[in-house]
Design a binder for this molecule. Structure first.
Ligand SMILES: NC(=O)c1ccc[n+]([C@@H]2O[C@H](COP(=O)([O-])OP(=O)(O)OC[C@H]3O[C@@H](n4cnc5c(N)ncnc54)[C@H](O)[C@@H]3O)[C@@H](O)[C@H]2O)c1
Length: 475
């Protein structure tokens, strides 16, 4: 079975619309579905933003048209908009340049997927909640505490299904870990070591050259990259965060580390190291064609070369104006559970071979779990029986993209939650998609961790959250 998510520069299937990607989505849907899966009717949806994430989630509609039907799209880029409209046979009158005209009309679908960039979440989220759409909002919820609190309040006032793109909860890998912990076979959780290895070229793409390279333009990297890891730790333990300290910096991707041989060149195609530097845009985008839809939706090689010559993705990684951390550790103490007060460490690291494939160790009172998404395996040791078993959490479908199946997994749960909600089964809806406040808690904790890093202090999470929410409501 091949359930490996991509680990080398050999994949150009991370985003955009293409047939292979649809097949991968189909495999992922098979992996996350159960035999008794069913929906009363297709859920109609609107996509706000047809970029990388929007096109990824939309694949669900192509594979499962009896579950999800896309009736409108808002996307300012004409090429992306047109590709998306044609791919999903959307009426030309329902293809918009901006989300606002959709929000000015009476409700035209059951749900909306908001897949714009981080700083563009707040306004559409509040507007569509006001119209009582079911909402899928990409993570992070928003870029400030006050906006996150207002989005949560709007979602709660609407009372409809509100999903945050915390996709990790929906992958077979992380779900299996949760199931093992919940059986209590291993007793009580005492400590978790969780690593998010971002991947060297992925980090260079997104957090050095790309959309998330400057905190002021998007958000800090712990929020951008790890708010769903924080959500996972909260979900696995079932406990609130109590205290946090954190260290980290931008330690590699700066002028200081530029190889001398690169001289004064600031663009890869002008650099003497263009064929040898591991971060060379020529190698990443023109040779291996990784994530090229971000450079040009057409993926045409001439357009890619032009983007490398003139755009940010062709810039030297040591000569950017990036300011977000490339490594960070977060030390956590949870509140007391039934019998233990667990601790955890989260490491976010840019320079890894693994590409967002988490490494997890969970130490419990009667056993431990060692799990690696890259392989993938979950090794479970039970102290009482003195036995160790290795579990492959996948059924055997070929999953090479989409966060180990979780991108399709979260869409499936979102649609099931809407179906249950519309039938009046609110309990079932909440079991598929947790309430907005849980996502808010994870975000507030990430803000607390960043506060701890910036001030070099141990932050009392409850106190921090209360203070911040009070300030947010005063504004
Ligand atoms: N859940 C995850 O694991 C995960 C992974 C990566 C990114 N993200 C998040 O997903 C979001 C989108 O990221 P992306 O990589 O798809 O970015 P992207 O730039 O590829 O897509 C965003 C799209 O929004 C469009 N847009 C801009 N203004 C708009 C408007 N007014 N109306 C409609 N569309 C508009 C842009 O033209 C663009 O096509 C970000 O918040 C990002 O942090 C989540």
């Amino acid at each position: 079975m091949t359930s490996k998510t991509p680990r080398a520069l050999d994949s150009e299937k991370h985003s955009g619309i293409n047939i292979d990607f649809t097949n991968e989505a189909a495999e992922a849907i098979k992996e996350v579905s159960t035999d008794d899966d069913q929906l009363s009717r297709p859920i109609t949806v609107i996509f706000i933003g047809a970029g990388s994430r929007g096109t990824t989630y939309a694949e669900f509609a192509r594979v499962m048209p009896s579950w999800m039907r896309i009736v409108a799209v808002a996307e300012p880029d004409p090429q992306k908009r047109d590709l998306f409209r044609q791919a999903y046979d959307i009426d030309i009158d329902n293809a918009y340049e901006d989300w606002k005209p959709i929000a000015e009309q009476p409700k035209m679908a059951d749900a909306v997927f908001i897949c714009t960039l981080d700083h563009q979440h707040f306004q559409p989220a509040v507007a569509f909640a006001g119209l009582r759409y079911h909402i899928f909002l990409e993570k992070p919820m928003s870029v400030s505490i006050s906006e996150c609190a207002k989005i949560t309040a709007a979602a709660e006032a609407a009372g409809t299904v509100f999903a945050i793109g915390h996709v990790l909860r929906y992958s077979p890998f992380h779900r299996r870990i949760k199931e093992i912990l919940d059986t209590k076979e291993l007793g009580e959780i005492i400590n978790i070591q969780h690593v998010e290895p971002v991947g060297w070229y992925h980090f260079a793409h997104s957090y050095v050259r790309g959309n998330w390279h400057k905190e002021a333009d998007s958000t800090f990297s712990l929020m951008g990259k790890c708010c769903h890891d924080i959500d996972l730790l909260q979900w696995w333990t079932g406990l609130q965060y109590a205290k946090v300290s954190s260290f980290g910096s931008l330690t590699w991707f700066n002028k200081h580390n530029k190889p001398k041989e690169a001289g004064s060149s600031t663009q890869c195609l002008e650099c003497p190291l263009q064929d040898t530097c591991q971060f060379s845009a020529k190698t990443i985008y023109m040779k291996h064609k990784w994530h090229t839809s971000v450079l040009s939706p057409s993926r045409n090689i001439n357009d890619i070369e032009e983007a490398v010559k003139t755009g940010p993705y062709g810039r030297c990684v040591y000569e950017m104006d990036n300011d977000v951390c490339d490594n960070q550790v977060v030390n956590i103490q949870f509140e007391r559970g039934e019998r233990t007060t667990p601790t955890a460490t989260l490491t976010m690291i840019a320079t890894s071979d693994a590409l967002c494939q988490r490494k997890v160790r969970i130490y419990c009172s009667n056993g431990d779990i060692e799990a690696d998404e890259q392989e993938p395996y979950i090794k479970v040791t039970n102290f009482s029986t003195r036995s160790t078993r290795s579990i492959n959490p996948y059924k055997g479908n070929t999953i090479t993209t989409g966060h180990g199946g979780s991108d399709m997994g979260i869409v499936r749960c979102f649609l099931l939650a809407i179906d249950a909600y519309e039938r009046g089964d609110y309990r079932e809806a909440t079991s598929q998609i947790p309430p907005a406040r849980e996502a808010l808690n994870a975000h507030l904790f990430v803000f607390a961790a960043e506060q701890a890093r910036k001030t070099g202090t141990v932050v009392n999470v409850d106190q921090f959250i209360k203070e911040q929410l009070r300030k947010a409501t005063e504004n």
